[in-house]
Design a protein around this ligand. Structure first.
Ligand code: AMP
Length: 469
């Protein structure tokens, strides 16, 4: 199938061509026609399947007609980084439509967001807390919203945003089209879907498991030999970019240092870096100067590097959902990818849970030229992996994680403020306007987000003044 089958308007089709999309991904093929027909849709698909364009294209098509300069479509996403990414997709796909989009999230000042809303936008892409701040202050008018999208609903649930999401749903008109996307379908998301969707069509890609273009393997290894095994494994993987996940910031830093010392082009994404170093790491990874990036789940959220060929779980993720999200970083948009997990006997229960999700036993691999009986090389390895208490699948990100990511991004925003609103026409926003950051909406550094502060202290406003996007 080609995109021409969707009868997109020439201006929107031009955006698709400009992005180089040749044919729709499976979720686009399945979801675009019913969304264009006005149906409510529940999309079971993880990041990397092309789900953003699956809802952005029909929304742009709808908004091309009708009133301008008022919010008619609202997309709610769990993290700033994802909100920014969705916003940029609207910008790129809608470049020729004259429609305007704004990204609304916390950690930056409200002024530019207010200004953008005042100037008039048709598309609002927002994180829940900051959006409610605007609703509370009367700076956003949601009464004209025709299409509501709840993206990564399971992640919003994990991060404790469902009460905020329900408040937002109450603030938009009851007569609307609603689209809900989720990689997994826990009971709470099923109830939310039942509340917010009307006669929905369910579109499922890959049974909510990691993209089918990803193959999976386990590398059993004693804890103290993980880094040594990684060093043996990496040279066998070819030239693609490799994203390595560790459980903690400290481990990300240590593992990256050890790889770099061994001559690999490796860097870490973790919050103790200065913002410049952090950005250099991200850019270097995206552009190929670093082949390997070692990151934690939170720091890596939303990294959109299409050439990631391998995701390696240095530490087993805590939940099958986290596995799905990590693995969503490879095999993006139907490219193939490999997902390797270093496992110790401690990980047996988690391995079984992932195998249940994937619907089969995962291949166990051993490296023939690796000495599995080697003794620990003094400081080269962690004695044992720190593991948070379990079970607690629905926890918010650890405060230390949130702090690291939010605080450095805050500095970056100070260094280079960019406008909060991107008018879609090319003349106003060339390719240089595409920015990516990695920020959860929640403020880190132990401080509550604006919305949390507001709930504790209704008079607390959004105090940080910052150049907003
Ligand atoms: P998403 O799942 O929306 O985060 O998309 C993952 C990546 O796939 C993004 O980099 C998109 O630009 C890209 N993408 C989306 N649709 C297509 C398509 N039809 N063909 C090629 N790449 C696509």
């Amino acid at each position: 199938m080609t995109f021409s089958g969707f009868n997109l308007s020439p201006r929107i089709a031009a955006g698709v061509t400009q992005l180089g999309y040749q044919e729709p991904t499976p979720i686009q093929e399945k979801a675009i026609p019913p969304i264009m027909a006005g149906r409510d849709v529940m999309g079971l698909a993880q990041t990397g399947t092309g789900k953003t364009a699956a809802f952005a294209l029909p929304i742009l098509q709808r908004l091309e007609r009708g009133p301008r300069r008022r919010p008619r479509s609202l997309i709610v996403a769990p993290t700033r980084e994802l909100a920014e990414q969705i916003h940029q997709s609207f910008v790129a796909l809608g470049r020729q439509t004259g429609l305007r989009s704004v990204a609304i999230y916390g950690g930056v000042g409200m002024t530019q967001q207010v200004q953008a809303l005042r100037n008039g936008v048709e598309i609002v892409v927002a994180c829940p807390g900051r959006l409610l701040d605007h609703v509370g202050q009367g700076t956003v008018d949601l009464s004209g919203v025709e299409v509501l999208v709840l993206d990564e609903a399971d992640r919003m649930f994990d991060m404790g945003f469902l009460p905020d999401v329900r408040r937002i749903v109450r603030a938009v008109p009851g007569r609307r089209q609603t689209l809900l996307f989720s990689a997994t379908m826990p009971d709470d998301i099923k109830s939310l879907a039942a509340e917010v969707l009307t006669n929905p069509l369910t579109v499922q890609i890959g049974h909510a498991a990691p993209a089918e273009t990803v193959s999976h393997a386990l590398y059993p290894v004693p804890q103290h030999l993980k880094t040594a095994l990684l060093k043996t494994l990496l040279p066998t993987l070819g030239q693609g970019s490799v994203l390595v996940f560790t459980r903690t910031k400290h481990r990300a830093k240590r593992v990256a240092e050890q790889l770099a010392a061994a001559g690999f082009r490796a860097t870490a994404l973790q919050g103790n870096l200065s913002q410049n170093k952090r950005q250099a790491a991200l850019d270097g990874f995206r552009e190929g100067a670093y082949q390997i990036m070692v990151a934690t789940d939170i720091a890596a959220r939303g990294i959109d590097v299409l050439s990631i060929s391998h995701v390696i779980n240095y530490d087993m993720p805590d939940t099958p959902e986290a596995y799905t999200h990590r693995i969503g970083r490879t095999g993006r948009a139907e490219r193939t990818g490999e997902a390797y997990t270093l496992v110790t006997p401690d990980d047996d229960a988690d391995v079984r849970a992932v195998e249940r999700l994937l619907g089969g036993r995962l291949e166990r691999r051993t490296l023939s030229d690796f000495d599995y009986r080697a003794r620990p090389a003094n400081a080269d390895e962690f004695a044992r992996g720190p593991r948070p208490p379990r079970p607690q699948p629905k926890r918010a990100p650890a405060a230390s994680e949130r702090a690291s990511v939010a605080s450095v991004t805050h500095q970056r925003a100070s260094a280079a403020p960019v406008p909060a609103v991107h008018p879609l026409p090319l003349g106003h926003d060339g390719p240089g306007g595409v920015h990516r950051t990695t920020m959860p909406e929640r403020a880190g550094n132990g401080r509550p987000t604006n919305s949390q502060a507001r709930r504790r202290n209704p008079s607390a406003g959004s105090s940080r003044v910052q150049g907003a996007r």
